[in-house]
Design a protein around this ligand. Structure first.
Ligand code: NAD
Length: 426
């Protein structure tokens, strides 16, 4: 294991805010044109679609959404005439489309991705990868079977400071890491509300049946729709999957592990009474070989915002989108720490651009992207395990190779969900 001294850090050249320049190496010729389609044109799409469109060679061809105002906004954002379809299957029929960008609610990610792979498209699909563990595995299978490049939208993986931090941790810069502390807290009291534009009645401009898709039928409820779908089990997994997909992903990546061997969790929707279902207080403990990872989710009290800390025997590396710091530990009866303090700046916006660029580069090279479908699936699996343990209120043992809970039929039932006809997971 490397022992990093103060001098090593100084020599490394990454002290205090370097290494954030975006490479301009991949300027392309006209014949490198990549034709894209957008599926799901809501809030997230309007963040990433313009970035795609700014990349050299990217040519928008069609957009799809079940909500007309967002569909029209995406057409306008495209900057040139594009086809628009309420039904994404019509978009997938367009032969000239090379890749689709998927920013639908989580319960659509699997079907959108699998059908796109079957139609011969490469896929950039937003995090969290899936609604269930079985869905994620089927997405990996579809990508491999059809030889598709599938990037999960966990853009932190493309951040130079995240990459550097993972390398440092794996190289032993802070000593062996036996504890990783991850959390996301905010105060959403007294509860969340439907987005203003949706009234109580189903608008003529929304195809609710197609919004629900494979999820169980319920009458239109504006609170279940745009953005707030995150708080309902039929469509998502709360902050556990929403933010866990980002920061547990970095934890698992640094550990270089497929997944934990066990999970224990407790929590529920204790204080917020707005109709949502997912926990507003949630504590999850994961067991890895020689390392415990904890996730704290809290929507009822914001004392610490978002955090991700790797606790090594020689120091603690704390990282967020704006950078990381290493705080050295002083051992008992020693005057000076083994390592030097260190920091590196990051830039969340830059990570996003690089992540999209990595996907486009991999489309050309046919290499695996930095957040390959399997990585997205394994991280989503970790998040789903946390929710399953919380809902069962007990600890569970996990076989990471077989992707099933050990001797636990009740938990294994929760690996998948029943789709509403005619939708099928194949
Ligand atoms: N990587 C990140 O940092 C990040 C940030 C925000 C959101 N996200 C992810 O992006 C996804 C979308 O989140 P959002 O906040 O934009 O939600 P949103 O509700 O604003 O947007 C979802 C859109 O999908 C549309 N839609 C639903 N069913 C559809 C279908 N069958 N075909 C086509 N369109 C359909 C909806 O009408 C809506 O316009 C989520 O999975 C979320 O986790 C990722």
């Amino acid at each position: 294991m490397n022992k990093l001294t103060r001098r090593d850090f100084a020599k490394s050249g990454i002290v205090a805010g370097t290494g954030t320049a975006i490479s301009r190496m991949n300027i392309m010729g006209a014949n490198d044109r990549i034709n894209i389609g957008l599926i799901g044109c809501g809030d997230r799409a309007m963040q990433i679609y313009p970035i795609f469109l700014k990349e050299a060679g990217v040519n928008p061809v069609a957009v799809s959404d079940v909500y007309q105002p967002y569909l029209d906004k995406a057409v306008a954002t495209s900057g040139k005439p594009v086809a628009k379809h309420e039904d994404f299957r019509r978009l997938l029929e367009i032969k000239e489309i090379d890749a689709v960008v998927i920013a639908t609610p989580d319960h659509w990610h699997a079907l959108n991705t699998i059908m796109a792979c079957q139609a011969g498209k490469d896929v950039y699909v937003e995090k969290p990868m899936s609604l269930t563990i079985l869905e994620g595995r089927k997405m990996v299978e579809a990508a491999r079977k059809n030889n598709r490049v599938v990037q999960n939208g966990s853009q932190q993986r493309s951040g130079p400071h995240y990459q550097e931090a993972v390398k440092l941790i794996r190289d032993g810069a802070i000593g062996p890491v036996h504890k990783i502390t991850v959390g996301y807290t905010r105060n959403s009291m007294p509860g969340l509300k439907p987005l203003g534009e949706l009234g109580k009645e189903l608008p003529k401009t929304l195809n609710w049946d197609m919004w629900l898709g494979p999820a169980p039928y319920v009458p239109f409820d504006p609170f279940r729709c745009h953005y707030n779908f995150r708080w309902f089990w039929d469509y998502s997994g709360g902050q556990m999957t929403n933010w866990g997909a980002h920061n547990l992903d970095i934890a698992r990546w640094a550990l270089n592990a497929r997944g934990p061997s066990a999970v224990a969790a407790f929590g529920g929707r204790y204080a917020i009474n707005d109709g949502g279902e997912t926990p507003d207080v949630q504590e999850v403990i994961y067991n890895f070989p020689n390392c415990v990872v904890t996730w704290s989710g809290r929507e009822v009290n914001r004392t610490r915002d978002e955090y991700l800390s790797f606790q090594g025997t020689k120091g603690t590396l704390s990282i967020l989108r704006d950078g990381f710091t290493i705080a050295p530990e002083t051992w008992r009866k020693k005057e000076t720490p083994e390592i030097a303090p260190m920091q590196m700046k990051g830039d969340g916006k830059e990570s996003q651009v690089l992540h999209i660029r990595n996907f486009l580069d991999c489309m050309r090279s046919r290499k695996r992207p930095v957040a390959d479908v399997e990585e997205g699936h394994l991280t989503a699996t970790m998040c789903h395990m946390g929710n399953i343990a919380t809902r069962l209120g007990r600890s569970l043992k996990w076989d990471a190779r077989k992707e099933e809970f050990i001797s636990d039929a009740e938990a294994n039932k929760m690996l998948s969900t029943e789709y509403r006809k005619p939708w099928r997971l194949e």
